[in-house]
Design a protein around this ligand. Structure first.
Ligand code: AN7
Length: 360
């Protein structure tokens, strides 16, 4: 007799959380790559570096189909675009939105154009947009310029904008907060995440609040957002004309969901702060080495923030802390290679040669 566990198919975030998705048009074909259901990974060694005394779990969004959290929102945006009979879907992007849009549009059979800041997109993300077949347009400008153009194009008939200014993107992304609560059986005390265009912090806060209103959780987390110091408009209280950071994903000077972020922070008694590129790179290396999690630099912003807050003693003993790791390290191989210059030792293929190399 053969014993085996039955693996149940995960249908993607829209089907799984359909009861929380009242915007889906009746009879709509769901465009999905079975995104979501990502692991919540304990990270005790990193927590120790941040002062210890609390339980840390990392929401590893890198294992979504296009290797970032954007897929949760893109299943929603593309489902809606298809139902509306869109002729063209467009987005501005620092890279991950374009990769996700390209993949989901291809699957839906929709034409997709992505507007990218010229020269500032991580290599892996560009490879994705090419492979999934998007039409790529590089603008001599930054993300904020691209989003301005996209907003204007979006008023034309048949054009569907799939940036997070599209409200259903937020609906899809709120499912990450549901998953965290479903796994923990409660809400975390603190939730940390990077902030760029501020769609994701808005989405998480909506998800946590909905679960709270529905009696699924009895308390809400403090929302803790982190921007990169050279691209920290919300922290500084004004748009940044020429944002700069190594974390190109969050190189954004005028976030579309600015108010969503400030509302999440004030309602949750949380915080929004900035971390320097030096702090980002330190946390980027540390999480890879201590926990085996290779993330892109943007994800290291909240990790750097946690190191700071934990070391300042601002995380009460016994707390549960969650951090969203929004995108995969393989997206940005150039930063990884620059960060660590250690080359492999080249030796003859025998045991002695290998032992000699290891003896150094
Ligand atoms: C890895 O792809 O804006 O605050 O155009 O790729 O919701 O914008 C990406 C943003 C964090 C910030 N981490 O999230 C884009 C884009 C990663 C990201 C963010 C992004 P938001």
């Amino acid at each position: 007799m053969m014993h085996r566990k039955t693996l149940s198919a995960w249908p993607g975030v829209l089907e799984h959380y359909r009861a929380h998705m009242n915007w889906i048009p009746e009879g709509a074909k769901i465009v999905t790559l079975q995104e979501g259901n990502t692991p919540l990974i304990p990270a005790p060694r990193f927590a120790e570096q941040a002062g210890g005394g609390f339980d840390l779990f990392l929401k590893y969004e890198a294992v979504n189909p296009t290797a970032s959290f954007k897929d949760r929102g893109m299943t929603a945006a593309m489902t809606q675009a298809l139902a509306r009979g869109a002729k063209l879907v467009i987005c501005a992007s620092t890279g991950n939105t374009s990769a996700s849009a390209a993949a989901y549009a291809g699957r839906a059979g929709l034409r997709c154009a992505v507007l990218l800041p010229h020269g500032k997109i991580a290599l892996g993300k560009l490879a994705q947009a090419r492979m999934y077949g998007a039409e790529m347009i590089a603008l001599r400008g930054n993300f904020d310029d691209a989003l301005r153009v996209v907003r204007e194009l979006g008023t034309r008939p048949g054009v569907e904008v799939v940036n997070s200014i599209n409200p259903v993107r937020i609906e899809g992304q709120k499912t990450a907060a549901f998953e965290i609560c479903d796994i923990l059986g409660r809400a975390p005390d603190f939730h940390f995440l990077p902030v760029g265009n501020a769609g994701n912090i808005t989405a998480y806060w909506r998800g946590f609040k909905e679960y709270h209103q529905q009696g699924m959780i009895s308390a809400l987390p403090h929302m803790c957002g982190f921007q990169a110091a050279g691209a920290a408009p919300i922290v500084e209280g004004h748009p940044i004309a020429d944002p700069q950071t190594i974390a190109t994903a969050i190189r954004i000077g005028n976030p579309a969901s600015w108010e969503g972020a400030t509302t999440a922070v004030s309602e949750s008694h949380g915080l929004i702060e900035s971390v320097t590129d030096t702090e980002i790179l330190a946390a980027y290396s540390m999480i890879a080495r201590l926990e085996g999690l290779f993330v892109e630099p943007a994800c290291a912003a909240p990790l750097a923030g946690l190191l700071r807050k934990g070391r300042q003693g601002l995380i009460p003993k016994g707390s549960i802390v969650t951090v969203t790791l929004t995108g995969h390290g393989l997206k940005d191989p150039d930063t990884a290679m620059d960060q660590n210059k250690v080359e492999a030792q080249v030796v003859e293929p025998n045991v002695d040669a290998v032992l000699t190399a290891l003896a150094d």
